[in-house]
Design a protein around this ligand. Structure first.
Ligand code: ISE
Length: 324
């Protein structure tokens, strides 16, 4: 049996998910696609049905599961439409652009009483992060005390507006830090450099670990994500920015990827396979709607904290039993 998947949104991430589904994922077929640009849909159709209305795609009898990769502001309502149709969805991050919208999604899933949503926080599937977590959980560096994150983009994507360095980029560090440390964040403090880029955010977990993150949206030299976990007896950090070393024009070394797609190619592929398997087995994988809500809720509070000089106490609320 193959799973019939519909893909909504065919921009950078949607097109990459489509490619991964077609070229690198077993037991799936793409039966329908949808994008605001009909020409782009036609170019990428390859036999899949082109459906202009995302809600019609979700309702279609030819679609059993949905990948949502449309613009951020559409995620929450489309995720709710998938829940209403009883169809599993892999929804790109962020789950919503406001905490209240993210909570609406959580409430809908709780009302349904079963988990159908996986949120695209793909770093949880990145081999380097996975290995770092295994080492830390295995006690090999002692109790974690500090996590240093670096998140640099060569240039902010052209669709970036306002506080998206936090609501679209930093949300990754909120999620991966909670996951790596298996801890909730308690406070946040923000430093902005002149001009507002980079932004430096320090969070403390409820257990007292410190999480520092530099988010630099226009670092020019390339896409660079790095993490170092400091434990009481040792540290573990990511090594190479790429798997190969090149000799070229008097230069020896690594090349930086232009954006996140090459850097996280394996994570996206493994995430997709895990999503398909979770639908087959009924055992949820990856970030839940609750994790998606927490990332957006913290991001919203960090955006407010950017306007002040105080340490902010983060308020998240109680985790419903569905996500225990
Ligand atoms: C983008 O939307 C992503 O999700 C990337 O992983 C992240 O690194 C980038 O900063 C975001 O804009």
């Amino acid at each position: 049996m193959t799973l019939a998947v519909g893909v909504i949104g065919l921009g950078v991430m949607g097109a990459e998910h489509l490619r991964i589904l077609r070229e690198e994922t077993a037991r799936v077929r793409v039966t329908a696609i949808c994008d605001a640009d009909p020409e782009r849909s036609a170019q990428l159709a390859q036999g899949a049905k082109v459906i202009a209305d995302p809600r019609a795609l979700i309702r279609s009898d030819e679609v059993e599961a949905v990948v949502i990769a449309s613009p951020d502001a559409t995620h929450a309502d489309l995720a709710i439409a998938c829940l209403s149709a009883g169809k599993p969805a892999l929804c790109e991050k962020p789950l919503a652009t406001s905490a209240s919208d993210a909570l609406r999604v959580v409430e809908k899933e709780v009302e349904l009483g079963r988990r159908l949503l996986q949120i695209g926080y793909m770093r949880r599937f990145d081999p380097a992060y996975v290995e770092m977590k295994q080492l830390a959980v295995g006690g090999q560096i002692g109790a974690p005390v500090v996590l240093h994150n670096t998140h640099r983009n060569a240039a902010a994507p052209d669709w970036f507006t306002g506080a998206m360095a936090v609501t679209n980029s930093f949300v990754h560090e909120i999620d991966i830090s909670r996951w790596l440390l298996d801890a909730e964040m308690a406070t946040a403090f923000v430093h902005q450099s002149s001009g507002g880029d980079p932004v430096f955010i320090t969070m403390e977990t409820k257990r007292g670990e410190i999480v520092s993150t530099e988010v630099f949206m226009n670092a020019h030299y390339g896409y660079h994500v790095h993490a170092q976990l400091v434990g009481r007896f040792g540290t573990v950090q990511m090594a190479q920015p790429s798997d190969i070393v090149t000799n070229k024009r008097s230069h020896h070394g690594h090349f930086w990827p232009v954006n996140w797609v090459p850097r996280f190619r394996n994570a996206y592929r493994i995430q997709m396979a895990a999503w398909v398997q979770s639908i087959e087995t009924g055992c949820p994988a990856g970030a839940s709607a609750w994790d998606g809500y927490v990332a957006t809720a913290i991001a919203e509070q960090v955006v407010i904290a950017m306007k002040g000089t105080q340490k902010t106490k983060l308020l998240i609320g109680a985790r419903p039993a569905l996500y225990a």
